[in-house]
Write a protein of this length. Structure first.
Length: 157
C-alpha cells in the first residue's frame, strides 16, 4: 500500500498539523495565570505537540494587577505588546514600561512582577515549553536582588 493511500505521506502529515485560529471565532477565557487578564489560546501548543504555547493576553475590565513576585521555569518566553502599555519590575534590573510595538524576552527563571498596565493592553506571549511552571517568590528576596546596580538590557539590532 502506498503512503498516499494510507494518509501517511509527508504532505498528509503537514496537512493534519495545520492550525488556524481566526479572530472571528476567537474566545478569550478568564481562566489563566493572572485573574486580571483574559487569555486567547492560539492553538500552537497542540500544533507543536507541547513544545510551545502562544496566546493573546488582554486586560480584564475593572481588574488591577496585584504585582506578586514570581518566575517562570521555562526555556524561552517573549512578549510582543499589541496595544497599550505594561510596566514590569525585574530582579537586578528595575522597572520597565513596554508600549505598543515593543517586544521583550524574559530570561528563564528571572523574578519579576507586573506593576501596572493600561486598560487596553493586549500582548502576544510565546513560551516554551508549553507546560511551564510558575513559582511565586518572596517579595523581599526579589526586591533585595533588584537593589544591585542596574545593568542595561541588551538591545536587538
Amino acid at each position: 500500500m502506498s503512503t498516499a493511500t494510507t494518509g501517511d505521506s509527508p504532505a498528509a502529515r503537514r496537512a493534519r498539523a495545520f492550525t488556524l485560529s481566526t479572530a472571528a471565532k476567537a474566545k478569550f477565557k478568564r481562566r489563566g495565570l493572572r485573574s486580571y487578564f483574559e487569555y486567547r489560546d492560539l492553538e500552537i501548543e497542540r500544533a507543536s505537540r507541547g513544545k510551545v504555547v502562544a496566546h493573546v493576553i488582554r486586560a480584564r475590565p475593572g481588574r488591577a494587577p496585584q504585582g506578586e513576585w514570581h518566575r517562570h521555569d521555562c526555556k524561552v518566553q517573549f512578549v510582543y505588546v499589541l496595544k497599550g502599555w505594561i510596566r514590569f519590575e525585574y530582579e537586578g534590573l528595575g522597572e520597565f514600561t513596554m508600549k505598543k510595538g515593543d517586544c521583550f524576552q524574559q530570561p528563564p527563571n528571572i523574578a519579576h512582577r507586573e506593576i501596572a498596565h493600561s486598560r487596553d493592553v493586549e500582548m502576544l506571549e510565546v513560551v516554551a515549553p508549553a507546560d511551564f511552571k510558575t513559582v511565586e517568590v518572596e517579595p523581599k528576596t526579589a526586591a533585595a536582588v533588584a537593589t544591585k546596580p542596574r545593568a542595561k538590557p541588551k538591545r536587538a539590532r
